[in-house]
Design a protein around this ligand. Structure first.
Ligand code: PAF
Length: 284
């Protein structure tokens, strides 16, 4: 497994792979790798001959007062996990390498970030779109893999790729969960043991919404009210949002249709957790 730290070397390496007729899958990460990331990498390996990942905690997607400084890091563990899963190249640039002082360009998707997490994290998706566009230009992938757990991020990146005519296939991989149902996230490591049980309220909300929907409930408010009561019955919880929306535009719906996205963000203690599911007619 190769480790590359400079933009120039990474670009040259990717170009050489392409000239050699190789296909490239790319998985961007902020490190502190867990099983969810490894699943993205396995999916990437199935779709291309070479797998590149990036490990870069991107400062431009963190707002003031967010957890940039505390964001968990484990370079040695990350490299071992990447190696074991069969990654070919790890791109690990510094912040100065990615954002030279003179850089002044940002990529902004206009509407999708005006929903869900974008409401409480202004500028977050500009930071994500910008760094992902840069990473795409540097690693030159044919296919890039993202988790469905970050549904809005996947939607924003898919939109950016379509709107900017980037010749990259975007693959969404289902959320990987802990045995108790908690969606895997690097931020789970912040949870204190007594908060961990409350964190399960997100998964329970998904199950509850599914049961209500299958039972014929179509009023978004009724489902959201039930979820709110469920979440708040757990200690340490504070709701950021509970949304039922169109899975493509992310616009809120009042009456559920054939396919709907349930997305929620809940603070458990100091840790902000997100989860989502699709509620589709004709499915369990
Ligand atoms: O999902 C993440 O870890 C980040 O938002 C990403 C896509 C690596 C961009 O920094």
């Amino acid at each position: 497994m190769e480790i590359i730290e400079t933009v120039q070397e990474m670009r040259q390496r990717s170009e050489a792979l392409r000239l050699d007729g190789q296909t490239i899958a790319f998985v961007p990460t902020m490190g502190f790798l867990h099983e969810g990331h490894l699943e993205l990498m396995r999916a990437g390996k199935k779709h291309a001959g070479k797998l590149i990942i990036s490990v870069f905690v991107n400062p431009t997607q963190f707002g003031p007062g967010e957890d940039l400084d505390q964001y968990p890091r484990d370079t040695e563990g990350d490299l071992e996990k990447a190696h074991n899963v069969g990654v070919d190249i790890v791109f690990m640039p510094s912040a100065a390498e990615m954002y030279p002082e003179e850089s002044e360009t940002r990529v902004r998707v206009e509407n999708l970030p005006r929903h869900l997490c974008g409401l409480s994290r202004p500028g977050h998706f500009d930071g994500v779109a910008t760094v992902v566009a840069k990473l795409f230009n540097i690693t030159k992938p044919h296919v890039a893999v993202f988790g469905q757990k970050d549904y809005q991020q996947l939607a924003v990146i898919s939109r950016m790729v379509m709107d900017l005519n980037m010749d990259i296939q975007i693959l969404g991989v289902p959320t990987v969960r802990e045995p108790d149902g908690l969606a895997m996230s690097s931020r789970n490591s912040y949870l204190r043991p007594e908060e961990r049980r409350s964190a399960l309220s997100l998964r329970k909300s998904i199950d509850l919404a599914g049961a209500l929907f299958r039972g014929g409930e179509k009023k978004a408010k009724a489902i959201k009210d039930e979820i709110q009561s469920l979440v708040l019955s757990h200690p340490f919880t504070e709701i950021d949002y509970i949304a039922l929306c169109d899975p493509v535009t992310l616009d809120d719906v009042e009456v559920l249709g054939h396919e709907n996205l349930l997305a929620l963000a809940v603070r458990v203690g100091k840790t902000r957790l997100i989860d989502n599911c699709l509620l589709r007619e004709g499915r369990d």
